[in-house]
Design a protein around this ligand. Structure first.
Ligand code: AMP
Length: 553
């Protein structure tokens, strides 16, 4: 017997319709590419989304059409998310930090039919326009009647302008089409560090369910009282879903545009009284550095979500002890929409001492209801949740990818998606990423976690950032090489750092060498590019191999 409840499909456009009815005065505040601040309400946003949908329809953008964007976090980008999804079209966020030929390849692979771009990307679009053969219209996110507009129009043939495109359209409520909730609404390509990037296509259903689960009190805990600043870009897994979640709960959304330096983020955070921010560790390094240098602190921020790469204990402590900001460590991937796990305490942790709580917070968190995770041995057998034994981390759930664009299988035959991460899960459900499987260092048949070594090094007051890679070793197969960037004005010898590490990690984990470098390479989504480091140090040989053989014995 079927249940007898309404079969109302879950649709992305309903998130904004809900905000329009229940939070019409809720705000979206954006720092525009032009540098100024733009402010309007959910009611204003909804009117413009109706106008935009009519304009898209007029241009022949129908159900399934891919709507490409090259844009920062801003209100027009939000409008594109909702108008395309509302029509049953697919908002395809391109990552402008990739190389132009990669962007053109992805735009072609996705079969984008129209491309919207911010004024910052005029030169980029001019360079790749001819390669985007399926793109029928290119639209500048601005207006014709401006210096940038005139310049862009002179360089890009048949250029359209967003404001001019929508201004003539009716802003009345649209009769949005009803379609199956599995209809696609968003598309994002993986960063493609190995092989070609792969397209992950989100559905209306997966996006709405992800928004519900992420907003729960023990997930990101979001409400109408929150002011949220996603620093994570809208072109990287939909800014972790925050542009969908905030209209759902009615809180204020603060979008930082292209200004991601510590000073600009701090000023926006203070001016708008942000309560929660979200981003990758590299962004917070810049922000914390700015606060330290100028003796500043936050007046409203009470929590920050850190994900994409591991948050170090040192960063978690600094946020908590100096700024009274709780770090919510979170884990996810492009393939998981992205939020799969968030680290929030349970009542059983209330009695833990401070150090134990910080250690717990370095774990990536518990699965959100809907997502299932497990740890597997090489044989595929599930491993006990003991918090110690590590293995592969497969996941499954309604917002986890099944198939990549182009019908390329993503999930395994048994229904699980292999994340490529190596992790542990403890008896309370807290998952901890040990490494990407390709970054694990195999020394004498045992594994060394590069993440744990990096975190230990970043606890040293003189270290700004650290990366650990495995290098070949005649006896131990691989041994760790640590590369460090010092904080400005600090000095440290490798001997001093090794002594510090010696008190924090097992002796046989100690790097065989430490090199100080000016900077470390980061990818288009802010992650350390370990593959590039391995290439750069391909010929590296440890000077003192005796040291490691003794330590490992
Ligand atoms: P992407 O799809 O580019 O977002 O990359 C996903 C990968 O980032 C995951 O498979 C993890 O290896 C890594 N990652 C995400 N969040 C974390 C985290 N909190 N700690 C450590 N690694 C993370």
């Amino acid at each position: 017997m079927s249940g007898q409840m309404m079969r109302t499909p879950l649709r992305v456009i309903d998130l904004l319709r809900h905000a329009n009815r229940n939070h019409p005065r809720g705000e979206i505040v954006s720092r525009r590419a032009e540098g100024d601040i733009h402010r309007y309400t959910y009611a204003d946003a909804y009117k413009r989304v109706c106008q935009l949908a009519r304009a898209l329809d007029r241009l022949g953008i129908a159900q399934d059409a891919r709507v490409g964007t090259l844009a920062w976090n801003g209100y027009r980008h939000v409008e594109l998310y909702f108008a395309s999804a509302g029509l049953g079209a697919v908002c395809h966020t391109l990552n402008p930090r990739l190389l132009p030929q990669q962007i053109a390849w992805i735009g072609q692979h996705a079969a984008d039919e129209i491309l919207f771009f911010d004024a910052s990307f005029v030169t980029l679009v001019e360079g790749i326009r001819d390669q985007l053969t399926g793109v029928r219209h290119v639209v500048l996110l601005g207006q014709c009647d401006s210096a940038v507009g005139a310049d862009a129009a002179a360089r890009i043939p048949d250029l359209l302008f967003y404001e001019d495109l929508i201004s003539g359209e009716l802003a009345d409520e649209l009769d949005w089409p009803i379609f199956d909730e599995n209809q696609a609404c968003g598309l994002c390509y993986t960063s493609g560090t190995t092989g070609d990037p792969k397209g992950v296509c989100y559905s209306n259903r997966s996006t709405v369910l992800h928004a519900y689960a992420s907003a729960l009190p023990d997930s990101l805990g979001l409400s109408a009282r929150d002011v949220v600043m996603p620093v994570v870009p809208m072109f990287h897994v939909n800014a972790w879903g925050l542009p969908y979640i905030m209209p759902m709960v009615g809180g204020k959304l603060v979008l930082p545009g292209p200004a991601l330096d510590g000073k600009s983020l701090y000023e926006l955070c203070e001016a708008e009284q942000v309560t929660m921010a979200a981003g990758v560790p590299t962004i917070w390094l810049g922000l914390l550095d700015h606060l330290r240098t100028h003796g500043l602190s936050f007046s409203s921020l009470n929590r920050t979500v850190i994900g994409g790469s591991a948050a170090s204990e040192a960063m978690i402590r600094e946020f908590e002890e100096v700024h009274h900001v709780r770090v919510l460590h979170a884990w996810g991937m492009t393939e998981t929409s992205p939020v799969g796990a968030v680290n929030q305490f349970k009542p059983v942790h209330d009695t833990l001492d401070r150090d134990a709580r910080y250690r717990l917070q370095t774990r990536q968190g518990r699965e959100l209801f809907g997502v299932e995770m497990r740890i597997e041995a090489e044989t595929g057998e599930p491993i006990a949740r003991d918090g110690k034994t590590h293995g592969r981390l497969p996941v499954k759930g309604p917002w986890v990818v099944d198939t990549y664009v182009g019908d390329v299988a993503a999930a395994r035959q048994d229904g699980w998606f292999d994340t490529g991460d190596v992790a542990t899960i403890d008896a309370e459900g807290y998952m901890s990423v040990v490494d990407r499987s390709k970054d694990v260092i195999k020394s004498g048949g045992e594994w060394i976690s590069s993440i744990e070594l990096e975190n230990a090094a970043m606890g040293h007051p003189a270290i700004q950032e650290a990366a650990v890679i495995g290098r070949p070793h005649p006896k131990w197969v691989e041994r760790p090489l640590m590369l460090c960037v010092l904080r400005p004005g600090h000095g440290l010898s490798s001997g001093e750092l090794l002594a510090w590490l010696g008190e924090r990690v097992a002796r046989w984990w100690l790097p065989d060498a430490v090199e100080f470098v000016d900077e470390l390479p980061h990818g288009a989504t802010g992650k350390l590019l370990k593959a590039r480091l391995r290439e750069r140090y391909a010929a590296y040989r440890f000077n003192d191999q005796k040291h490691s053989t003794e330590d490992c014995s």
